[in-house]
Design a protein around this ligand. Structure first.
Ligand SMILES: C[S@@+](CC[C@H](N)C(=O)[O-])C[C@H]1O[C@@H](n2cnc3c(N)ncnc32)[C@H](O)[C@@H]1O
Length: 298
């Protein structure tokens, strides 16, 4: 069945009133999007911040009666907004197919792959993380995750304990375990992320080697490798906590940092870590280093 899609921009304060009117008019779904260029990076759990200018997109059935109603609604909106809304006809598609066409097996580094369930690569050396997109962040398609996955692919993880702080889907902890880490600990302050990590670990057969915790329940012991793909300001605030979790000479990997923020994040870690050169992908950088070995007298 085809659909009719109506979309227009409104200021943030009017979003609720317009959404309600669309609902009353019989919209099957209403989607809110950014009408400008104002990315909302990583809202906290339960927060749904809105952009200052919002694009409302409503989907209606396309039978003749609804079509007449949508046209009438469009005339009202043109008077109210001073500009006509966009009306599009959306043809029905096999939506599962559309999803599979966009999310394909992807390789990171030499042998690490992230693949939708049931789609293994034709590579006998492949180390595969099976993952479908879900509510929690982390499929490898964002540059910040890709940088961490490439780092993991090149790391020696055998017998190591890895801490994934801000685990989202659990992709980094699961990849580390598949690449040979002995144990991993995944931490996130979003309960949905903890649930997704649990499900993904089970689906990848590594749940028995993965401990999953909210930050306030994180046990004390230190890790050989700490990964944190969060945002610059959070990484700076978390610096003492993340450093404290690292064994002497343990490795720290920080992602989620824009190129222009790299110096301030490096400054928060440079006293305790020997930092490697920054790796870059698109506008994002990865900062890594190993914990300095301190002599007892110094
Ligand atoms: C950008 S996602 C990264 C997900 C995954 N590790 C990856 O690399 O794709 C950041 C995650 O960190 C979590 N997070 C943000 N601030 C946090 C904090 N202060 N403590 C714990 N988790 C946090 C978010 O809930 C989110 O799941």
């Amino acid at each position: 069945m085809p659909w009719l899609q109506l979309s227009f921009n409104v200021p943030r304060a009017q979003t609720e009133a317009f959404s309600l009117n669309l609902e009353i008019a019989g919209a099957l779904s209403i989607t809110l999007g950014d009408a400008g260029e104002e990315p909302q990076l990583e809202p906290g759990p339960g927060e749904t911040p809105l952009w200052s200018e919002v694009t409302l997109t409503a989907l209606f059935e396309s039978d003749p009666e609804t079509q007449t109603l949508v046209e009438r609604l469009a005339r009202h909106l043109t008077v109210q907004l001073g500009t006509p809304p966009r009306i599009e006809r959306i043809e029905d598609r096999v939506w599962e197919r559309v999803w599979l066409d966009t999310f394909k097996p992807t390789r990171f580094g030499r042998r690490l792959w992230v693949c939708p369930h049931g789609q293994a690569p034709n590579d006998p050396r492949a180390v595969v993380v099976a993952l479908d997109p879900g509510l929690a962040f982390g499929t490898g398609h964002h540059a910040t995750t890709a940088l961490c996955l490439e780092w993991l692919d090149g790391a020696s993880l055998a017998d190591k304990t890895v801490l994934d702080f801000g685990c989202g889907s659990g992709i980094l902890a699961i990849a580390a375990l598949k690449l040979g880490a002995a144990r991993a600990i995944a931490v996130d302050h979003d309960p949905q992320a903890l649930e997704a990590t649990r499900d993904n670990a089970l689906a990848n057969g590594v749940a028995d080697r993965l401990d999953i915790h909210a930050p306030e329940h994180l046990p004390d012991h230190a890790a050989d490798c700490v990964l944190a793909n969060i945002l610059a300001a959070t990484l700076i605030a978390l610096a003492p906590r993340l450093i404290e979790r690292l064994r002497p000479q343990g490795e720290l990997v920080l992602s989620g940092v824009l190129a222009e923020q790299a110096d301030s994040v490096r400054a928060a870690y440079t006293d305790s870590l020997d930092l490697d050169p920054t790796r870059i992908r698109e506008d994002w950088v990865l900062i890594s280093g190993s914990r300095k070995h301190r002599h007892p007298d110094g």
